[in-house]
Design a protein around this ligand. Sequence first.
Ligand SMILES: [Zn+2]
Length: 282
Amino acid sequence: MPEGHTVHRLANAFNAQFIGKRVQASSPQGRFAEGAARLDGRVLLAAEAHGKQMFLAFSGDVWLRVHLGLYGMWRFGGAGLRGIGRRTRKAETDAAFPPAPAGAVRLRLLTKAHVADLSGPTACEVISTEEKLAAMARLGEDPLRADADPARAYAKLHASRTSLALLLMRQDIIAGIGNIYRAELLFRARLEPHRPGRSLSEEVWAALWGDLAVLLQDGVKTGRIVTTEPQHRARKTGAPRRGDAVYVAHRGGKPCHVCRTAVSSEKLGGRTLYWCQTCQTG
Ligand SMILES: [Zn+2]
């Protein structure tokens, strides 16, 4: 599932190429024909990400809310849009523009020079400004947003007996963390994932929040989740290789990069939690 950094990168892509442009909206697959008709001919005014959700503002007080979920993706085409993650179409310098929709495209947004194709989202709806504000109010703090308030997230964490591992995945507390950032954040802080939220001190929380902000900002910059320090990688210099990029996420049974203990994994709340029993005792 795309985590928060990916959604912010997608919003950046829209802000770079689509803002101020009138769009032709269509639903090549047909499932969003009515919604597309409501967007068609409007000017795209702004794109903003909040956690894993993206909100596109259109002229006439209309918003598009998109949650990619597990399988959703945006594909971009047109000049100057290379390199926005793996979901970007290859440069189409010689190909006809616009390209034919690939697969089941729920929504196509087309300008004179660029195209964005959305497929497989969990949520895709046209909403009013009021509904947009209500949707955002249900979301927790996103460290990538200027309006984030870590104290509000802390109040919720600290009021709960639930494990930190479960609380960190709750989008109404912190918006944008997925399974990988959850596991890596707890590892980097050497925190035992099952300890209850209420056991978290303000000092530890401040450090966690700061670390998360740095990790997410790096993710937005590079499009990759890299959480390991160079000294913990098999290759100490250069870009980390695949097996070296993270400490514990999706590494169940493999040796911990720090202590060589086999990384633990268990099902928790429908997702797999990864952690090192030797390193994470805090
Ligand atoms: Zn370890």
